[in-house]
Design a protein around this ligand. Structure first.
Ligand code: ATR
Length: 281
């Protein structure tokens, strides 16, 4: 019999997750269903109780509930606690357990961009210190790198994140100006801010003037598929990637956690690109 999975958030109408998961269920001949539930912050507590009563086997959590859901769950994995946010809940032995596949999803997509699987020798720069940055930075720190620098407009937030990451790897907080001046020292540079997202297509998180050829540059934005910052980075000889890879990978990891089945990531990616109106990234 088909099982029920879901997504809670607010607003939720534009999420691509239902299309991605239901499409994959169908392709694999599974009669499961993934349903989006729009819950306001006031409805969260009752909403999570309702998910449990309905025996939902797993669900994703998106803005604005990723932090507020933590005390409502039976258990939360350490990585999600370090990140300070849950994006996926799965059911195990009758318990609802929170995890975070955003950071792991980013990490897996990053590994495909590296020539050799030598993340531990890389100097990594993360721009931003919000929710997305926390997921990416904590997962990279837990994997272990040569150095992890966190640059943010509000330095204090980068310092807080750096202290969490320092338990796992050598991390430090720097200003955006310092990051710009030292850009040539990094092997991997990741933009986690919304700077450059549609409709502000002309904005960039940092100048790429000092970027070295061969640096891996990724932007978590996928609207547009190629931000001005990614385009200029590519022109400077960087290896670039947009936020589609992380989006697909976080979904694929949740799918695996819930069903025990490995989904077809390329098919999921194509479905997302089709939804976004282009195959060009
Ligand atoms: P998300 O959950 O998507 O990461 P967020 O938690 O609101 O969103 O974080 C947004 C990040 O983008 C923050 O690091 C923010 O910097 P501040 O901590 O200083 O607010 C950064 N950001 C957003 N707009 C920015 C701008 N115009 N210039 C510099 N940084 C910006």
């Amino acid at each position: 019999m088909g099982k029920l999975y879901g997504l809670i958030g607010h607003p939720i109408a534009h999420s691509m997750s239902p299309m991605m998961h239901n499409g994959e269920f169908k392709e694999l001949g599974l009669s499961h269903h993934y349903q989006a539930f729009d819950l306001s912050p006031e409805q969260l507590e009752d909403g999570v109780e309702a998910m449990k009563m309905l025996d939902i086997q797993g669900f994703n959590v998106t803005i604005p509930h990723k932090v507020a859901i933590i005390p409502l769950l039976d258990e939360v994995e350490q990585e999600a606690l370090d990140i300070g946010a849950v994006n996926t809940v799965y059911k195990q032995d009758g318990k609802y357990i929170g995890t975070n596949t955003d950071g792991k999803g980013y990490l897996l997509s990053l590994l495909t961009l590296l020539q050799e699987n030598d993340l531990e020798n890389k100097k990594v720069l993360v721009i931003g210190a919000g929710g997305a940055a926390r997921a990416v930075a904590v997962s990279i720190a837990r994997a272990g790198v040569l150095s992890l620098s966190l640059a943010n407009r509000t330095l204090e937030k980068a310092e807080n994140l750096s202290s969490v990451c320092n338990s796992y790897t050598s991390a430090n907080a720097i200003t955006l100006q310092e990051a710009e001046a030292e850009l040539h020292h990094f092997d991997v540079v990741i933009n986690t801010t919304s700077i450059g997202m549609s409709p502000h297509l002309d904005r960039m998180p940092l100048s790429v003037e000092r970027l070295n050829e061969g640096t891996v540059v990724s932007d978590l934005i996928y609207n547009p598929l190629e931000t001005k910052w990614l385009k200029l980075s590519k022109q400077k000889g960087a290896v670039t990637d947009n936020g589609i890879s992380m989006f697909v990978e976080q979904g694929a990891l949740a799918f695996e956690k819930w069903t025990g089945i490995t989904p077809d990531r390329q098919r999921m990616r194509n479905a997302v690109l089709k939804e976004l109106g282009g195959y060009s990234c």
